[in-house]
Write a protein that binds this ligand. Structure first.
Ligand code: MG
Length: 379
């Protein structure tokens, strides 16, 4: 019997690719619920195709008549209701930013398998989520390609044997731009990712390596490895998705073409693998795989992110929230590209941290960071 799947953020990049997997894997998964925010037209097409039992919309103006065959629920409460529905087995969280947090917690508390693409959720509330998992509530698996790679490398290995995790970074759209030119970069330039096609927030985060800082924090919570034992290396081809070095000096890597459908599918199929029609890696065609160390000083956003990760408590929640605000401000032309890390640093500097284990503290830090970053941008 196919298992019931809900997709939060179904019209975004991860959501659409999850539905590509579902379309090809009908014997394994059935789309039970779809949730989307902005793109009402695409959501209607998806509902027409998959006929889900539930639809969640953030836009209150959408009325029931659009979805005559589905139960309609609304807003954050709608996402929570859908994620925790008793008939649901799998929840793909493909939203971006803070939106994924409460539905992820609700799905875990209801015992679901959560496949998480929304890294901000773990950055904000990693400690809280780990507590849920340690109490036996639900299961959390990564969709992020680096973390999927590490997870695949860890299969069959004792968790105590890990010496080091190595996250690979493509270097993003601005990898070859001289440092002195970064100040004048436009949103259009920063959105041209060389190897991955993704949503705007993560593409900007990739251009200044903020994304890699968020991923290091995400990896820390997913795999229980401290930040000091997580290294980042530039790998322009995006073929080696990440590596694990074990205590005997052996290193395992996971390789594949840069296509999110594979990590999405593995999150749904594990521990099994499903045969599919994705293009295969042609090693002779790839030719060279190269690796370089990160030039420190070029990526202040990465340094700010790692420092917030080391400080812990509610600092990572503040990092994540102020980054959402700063990236939004860059995309709408209010600040320069190089001001993004300055806003983050200035916000973190005046933060008075609360406990990273308490949801109230995390949500309060999130709101505080948004208003503080907004004030810094307009002031
Ligand atoms: Mg990634």
């Amino acid at each position: 019997m196919p298992r019931n799947l809900v997709v939060l953020g179904s019209t975004g990049s991860i959501g659409q690719q999850t539905l590509d997997v579902a379309r090809e894997m009908k014997e394994h998964v059935k789309v039970y619920g779809l949730a989307a925010g902005r793109n009402a037209g695409l959501l209607e097409q998806q509902v027409e195709e998959f006929r889900p039992a539930m639809v969640a919309v953030s836009n209150v103006a959408v009325d029931e008549s659009h979805f005559p065959h589905s139960k309609l629920c609304r807003g954050e409460q709608g996402l929570i209701e859908m994620a925790a529905n008793p008939d649901v087995h799998l929840v793909v969280v493909g939203t971006t930013g803070r939106v994924g947090l409460l539905p992820t917690l609700a799905a875990l508390q209801a015992g679901k398998l959560v496949a998480l693409a929304n890294k901000e959720t773990l950055v904000m509330a990693g400690s809280l989520i780990r507590n849920e998992l340690e109490q036996g509530h639900g299961e959390l698996v990564p969709i992020d390609s680096e973390h999927s790679a590490i997870w695949q490398c860890l299969q069959g290995e004792p968790s105590t044997s890990v010496e080091k995790l190595t996250l690979t970074a493509s270097g993003g759209a601005l990898r070859d731009v001289p440092k002195s030119d970064l100040v004048g970069i436009s949103p259009t330039q920063a959105l041209q990712h060389p190897t991955w096609s993704m949503g705007p927030k993560i593409t900007i985060d990739s251009a200044n390596l903020m994304n890699k800082g968020l991923e290091a924090i995400e990896a820390q919570w997913l795999f229980g490895v401290p930040l000091e034992r997580i290294e980042i290396v530039l790998h322009p081809q995006s073929i080696v998705h990440s590596l694990v070095t074990f205590e005997d000096g052996s290193t395992k890597a996971q390789l594949g073409l840069p296509n999110m459908r594979l990590p999405i599918q593995y999150a749904l199929s594990h521990p099994d693998r499903w045969s599919n029609t994705l293009s295969r890696l042609d090693f002779a065609e790839v030719g060279t795989l190269s690796f370089e160390s990160i030039e420190m000083g070029r990526y202040p956003a990465l340094e700010v992110a790692l420092e917030a990760g080391r400080q812990g408590k509610t600092y990572p929640a503040v990092l994540s929230a102020s980054d959402e605000v700063a990236v939004g401000a860059f995309l709408d032309g209010s600040i320069r590209f190089t001001q993004i890390p300055e806003i983050l640093e200035a916000t973190l500097e005046v933060h008075r941290p609360g406990s990273g284990d308490k949801l109230e503290d995390i949500l309060e830090a999130d709101l505080w960071a948004r208003s503080t970053a907004d004030r810094l941008i307009s002031g």
